[in-house]
Design a protein around this ligand. Structure first.
Ligand code: UDP
Length: 238
C-alpha cells in the first residue's frame, strides 16, 4: 500500500572512506552529521536499521606497514572500525536517536559485545545498532562482516553506501563513459562490482537471498531514498 516502507529491517554498510568525505584521513564531521540525520529520518519512518562501519579512513590491514604481521595489522584495522562506530553513535545520539554499539572484539567499557539475539531486540525497540570490529577475524573485510550480520539479523536488504552511484561496467573514475548497471544478478556483481564489494560478501548475500543495493552516499538524501526503495541512481542485485 502507498506510504508503506518496503523494508522492515535493513543493514547499512558505511565505509570509512565514505565517512572521510573529501579529507585524506579520519572523519569529515559534516558528512558524519548528514549521515546521522538521514539515518534518523529513516528511523522515524519505522525502519529498523543496523549499521556496519568500516575503518579504512584510519587503517587498512592489507596496506599497512610491512613490518607488522598481516593478522596483527588486521586487528588494528578492526579497532579502527570501533572508533567510527563510536563517532556515529555520538552523532546519532546527539540528535535524539537511541543507539547501541556492539563489537565483535570485547570492549565492555565502551560497547556491548556482539550478541545476535540482543541486537535483534534492540532493533525491534527502534534502536539503531552499530556493529564495530568487523567479523572479529583477520583476513576478512567489513563488507563481509556486513553481509554476515545482515544474514544473522535477517535483514531484508544490504545497503552498501559508496562514493560512486553503483556498479559500473568499468571504473567510472577513470572512464567517464562508464555505464551504470541498475539491475544485476549476483554473478554480475562478482564480474563487474569487485571494486565495489568483495567476493566473500557477495557470496554470503547470494547464498542467503539478501538483495544488495549499492548507492552513492555523497548525494544528499540518498540514504532515505535508498531505504524507501527508490531505485534512482543506484544498482540493485538480487
Ligand atoms: N578487518 C578485519 N576483519 C574484519 C573486518 C575488518 O581484519 O572482519 C580489518 C582489515 O584490516 C581492514 C580494516 O579492518 O582493512 C578496515 O576495514 P575495511 O577495510 O573493510 O573498511 P572500509 O574499507 O569499509 O572502510
Amino acid at each position: 500500500t502507498s506510504g508503506r516502507v518496503p523494508y522492515r529491517r535493513v543493514l547499512l554498510k558505511l565505509s570509512g572512506e565514505a565517512l572521510q568525505g573529501s579529507l585524506g584521513f579520519g572523519v569529515d564531521y559534516t558528512v558524519l552529521e548528514s549521515v546521522a540525520k538521514e539515518i534518523a529520518a529513516a528511523v522515524l519512518k519505522g525502519i529498523q536499521i543496523a549499521v556496519v562501519v568500516g575503518g579504512g579512513n584510519y587503517f587498512r590491514g592489507a596496506s599497512a606497514w610491512e613490518g607488522l604481521e598481516r593478522a596483527s595489522a588486521d586487528y588494528v584495522g578492526m579497532l579502527a572500525t570501533c572508533m567510527n562506530a563510536m563517532l556515529l553513535q555520538g552523532a546519532l545520539e546527539r540528535i535524539g536517536v537511541e543507539t547501541r554499539v556492539q563489537t565483535s572484539i570485547e570492549m565492555r567499557e565502551i560497547a556491548e559485545p556482539y550478541i545476535r539475539r540482543r541486537a535483534i531486540r534492540h532493533l525491534e525497540r527502534g534502536r539503531v545498532v552499530i556493529f564495530g570490529g568487523g567479523t572479529g577475524n583477520p583476513f576478512f573485510t567489513t563488507d563481509t562482516a556486513a553481509a554476515l550480520r545482515a544474514a544473522e539479523i535477517d535483514a531484508d536488504a544490504f545497503f552498501k553506501a559508496t562514493k560512486v552511484d553503483g556498479v559500473f561496467d568499468c571504473d567510472p573514475v577513470k572512464n567517464p563513459a562508464a555505464i551504470l548497471h541498475r539491475q544485476l544478478c549476483y554473478r554480475d556483481v562478482m564480474h563487474y562490482g569487485l571494486q565495489v564489494m568483495d567476493e566473500t560478501a557477495i557470496t554470503l548475500c547470494k547464498e542467503n537471498d539478501i538483495p544488495v543495493i549499492v548507492f552513492n552516499v555523497c548525494t544528499p538524501g540518498n540514504i532515505v531514498r535508498a531505504f524507501a526503495g527508490d531505485p534512482e541512481g543506484c544498482s540493485a542485485a538480487c
